[in-house]
Design a binder for this molecule. Structure first.
Ligand SMILES: Cc1ncc(COP(=O)(O)O)c(C=O)c1O
Length: 441
């Protein structure tokens, strides 16, 4: 389709908005806080003046004149002018959530998908072709790693060179001008919490005409990759943005031209592969974004307090908010100051047995949290990454990615009081230490 989509639709003819004159590009975030950008996004009211938007639950849309249909299919009339064809293409409620995602990430446009994996695969399909080449961090969510290692080479002859993302020189060497299409990494990596130098990596990629795609699932509000130079930001909305551990969803945030290309009737990866978000889900999620900032502050606050105190108990703690984390200064230079250093911390228990003992105690005796994969929930979730969300990696790949067999990843929740939850955590750790492990440093 032609260039029909901007985040800043001026249409919504039947609607009222608190901001009909927002600029087309939203690459800044006011006072450095994405909350400011979110608050200046147009507010959709309900059809009857409700403070919340109405859900557009229709799969298909009618027109008044037959000629309009033809003009919609040529791309002359599109969602920017409030013309919709069919909800696998654009849907007004999904578009509203997408607009919020674009504001959150400071991109010109965004579109939401059925899962984080579909956002990642759709963007890779869109930006590469058969024979294409990706350079990617060797420390990635296991599903993304498997997509790049196994699925894309088999199905599309798209190959990936994996690199140590903190070695910008090596990343630069791996990117081949004219051949490499995409540089892919996570702003803060799953599960090792390695921090990527987004400005430097973006500069290196752009010198070679490579598109930078950053998975910001671990750090919404905390880090804004597009404001730091990245071209595309992808999210698993299923995590912090949802916050309820009840929805699977994703988003691609980037230039309007990218979003439009993904919706192209002949060549669009979202349009043709069809990982569509349901409008009812989009509505539900758009009600949660306004309190994402408050939630992220408390996730980060507790993670920093617990990481500091666990370290004082002698545990091997990995948390980029700690001054001794190798990338602390880097994250400090990139993060949005009001949101701390993120809600994830890791404890390296060195062996799987110790990791399991700790998690078992914390869940079944301490009531501290749940043994479960995923993150961003109000309860603390913990998993041993090597045998769960990174199990797709071979033993050798895990060693290269720095994933110890006893690595316990914790997504710190905000339920209860901080001191109540700390007491539960401290009790479990000191109890296990009485039994001889983990040994104090
Ligand atoms: C960093 C990261 N990216 C992407 C995904 C995939 O997201 P989804 O489960 O929503 O498909 C995950 C899921 O665990 C993840 O941790």
């Amino acid at each position: 389709m032609a260039d029909t989509f901007q985040t800043t639709t001026t249409a919504a003819k039947r609607n009222r908005s608190n901001n009909d004159t927002e600029p087309k590009k939203k690459l800044t975030c006011g006072d450095g806080d994405p909350a400011a950008a979110l608050a200046s996004t147009r507010h959709e009211f309900g059809e009857h003046g409700g403070v919340n938007m109405s859900i557009e639950a229709s799969a298909t849309f009618t027109v008044m004149e037959p000629e309009t249909m033809r003009r919609m299919f040529t791309g002359e009339l599109g969602p920017d002018r409030d013309y919709f064809i069919y909800s696998r293409h654009f849907n007004p409620t999904v578009l509203n959530l997408s607009r919020l995602m674009a504001s959150l990430e400071g991109t010109e446009a965004a579109y939401c998908t059925a899962s984080g994996m579909s956002a990642i695969s759709a963007v890779l399909f869109q930006l590469t072709s058969s024979g294409g080449h990706v350079v990617a961090s060797r420390t990635l969510y296991g599903g993304t790693h498997a997509l790049l290692t196994h699925f894309l080479p088999r199905t599309c002859n798209i190959t990936t060179t994996f690199v140590e993302i903190s070695d910008v020189e090596k990343v630069d060497e791996a990117m081949i001008e004219g051949k490499t299409n995409v540089l892919f990494f996570e702003s803060v990596s799953n599960p090792t919490l390695t921090v990527a130098n987004i400005p430097e990596l973006s500069r290196a990629a752009h010198r070679k005409g490579v598109t930078v795609v950053v998975d910001n699932t671990f750090t919404p509000m905390v880090v804004s990759p597009a404001r730091l130079g990245a071209d595309v930001v992808v999210h698993s909305i299923s995590k912090f943005i949802s916050g309820g551990a009840d929805i699977i969803a994703g988003a691609v945030c980037g230039a309007a031209s990218l979003v439009n290309s993904m919706m192209d009737l002949q060549q669009g990866a979202i349009m043709l592969l069809g990982p569509t978000m349901n409008a009812k889900v989009a509505f539900e999620l758009s009600e949660r974004i306004p309190h994402l900032g408050l939630r992220m502050k408390e996730h980060s606050n507790r993670a920093l307090v617990f990481a500091t105190r666990l370290k004082n108990l002698g545990l091997k703690v990995i948390y980029p908010g700690l001054e001794d984390h190798p990338h602390h200064e880097l994250l400090k230079s990139m993060h949005n100051k009001n949101y701390g250093y993120g809600g994830l911390l890791c404890i390296d228990m060195e062996t799987e047995e110790r990791a399991n003992k700790l998690m078992n105690y914390l869940q079944n005796y301490g009531q501290f949290g749940f043994m479960a994969v995923s993150l961003g929930y109000y309860e603390t979730l913990m998993s041993c990454s090597g045998n769960s969300t990174s199990s797709e990696l071979t033993s050798e790949e895990k060693v290269l990615a720095g994933i110890s067999p006893g690595l316990v990843r914790m997504s710190i929740g905000y339920i209860g009081t901080l001191e109540q939850k700390w007491t539960q955590l401290e009790k479990a750790v000191t109890r296990l230490q009485e039994y001889g492990f983990p040994n104090k440093n």
